[in-house]
Design a protein around this ligand. Structure first.
Ligand code: MP5
Length: 200
């Protein structure tokens, strides 16, 4: 079963993570600044956690998955610089403590180190595909947030997500992706938006 089929099988849960009120509020500009800033600071922490997860996954990835994972790791390092720039423009402290949803997500990523490579790759694809679909939902966004919407909707990012999908499908080799892990990630993504909204 191709990993993309998970999106149809669990369409309701997927909508919860990708058509969240936070994204609609980014689109129409009604998102409270405090909620957006909380999201930004916590997401910078998440990306740092994701880079560590991805580096560990790269270390054990089979040959056909190495290129997409290595290129993605370089992009994550660049993205951390981008977050630092955005935080500085907005006067935000990236050293603020992690909130519970961020900590829970980091713990989930650590647990995935024990999963087989096919499951871990499916997880990484799920994480990135969520952001592609979620920010596409916010398109074009009011001018204040347009740069953020563009960041996760440019063709290069969609290409990266497609590369992860191909790698996951290749490693799974027609086997069945781990649906409970997929659903855990979708719930973690939904919880992340909830955290931002709830902080305002
Ligand atoms: C991503 C993210 C996408 N930044 N934050 C969460 C909570 N989920 C997914 O990852 P990337 O590396 O920023 O594209």
């Amino acid at each position: 079963m191709p990993v993309a089929e998970l999106l149809q099988r669990h369409a309701g849960a997927w909508r919860g993570a990708t058509a969240h009120p936070f994204l609609a509020a980014v689109r129409d500009g009604s998102v409270p600044v405090a909620a957006f800033d909380t999201w930004l600071v916590q997401d910078a922490r998440f990306v740092a956690d994701l880079l560590r997860f991805q580096a560990r996954l790269l270390a054990r990835a089979p040959r056909p998955a190495q290129a997409v994972l290595a290129a993605g790791a370089v992009s994550l390092v660049e993205e951390l610089t981008w977050f630092e720039e955005q935080a500085s423009v907005r006067g935000l402290d990236l050293a603020a403590p992690a909130l519970p949803a961020t900590e829970a997500y980091a713990a989930l990523l650590e647990r995935l180190d024990a999963a087989d490579v096919g499951t871990a790759l499916t997880a990484l694809w799920t994480i990135e595909r969520t952001y592609l679909d979620a920010w596409s939902h916010a398109r074009p966004g009011v001018p204040a947030y347009r740069e953020f919407v563009a960041h996760w909707t440019v063709p290069g990012f969609a290409g990266y997500v497609a590369g992860l999908e191909a790698a996951a499908d290749a490693v799974l080799g027609g086997g069945v992706p781990d649906e409970p892990v997929f659903l855990e990630l979708v719930a973690a993504e939904t919880g992340f938006w909830d955290m931002a909204v709830g902080s305002a």
